[in-house]
Write a protein of this length. Sequence first.
Length: 92
Amino acid sequence: MDERTKKEVLNRLRSIEGHVRGIERMIEKDEYCVDVINQTIAVQRALDKVNSLMLRNHLETCVTTAIRGEESHERERVIGELLEVFETASSL
């Protein structure tokens, strides 16, 4: 993973961690349910962005290298991994 992407992902994860702690405090204080739900939705969107950054990086590095390489089993492996990720995501 290139350093720029790594830094961006880590910053986003730290921000998400802070949001989750904030949601915990909201629950402890018996805050309004819809406000809590709005915060959890924001965390889900932030995680979606992390996944997007990770997928982009994977496609631009590992997958591109495997597809351009000579090893057919490696191409099949990375394509299979991507299919598994999308199947898992679509079953949620």
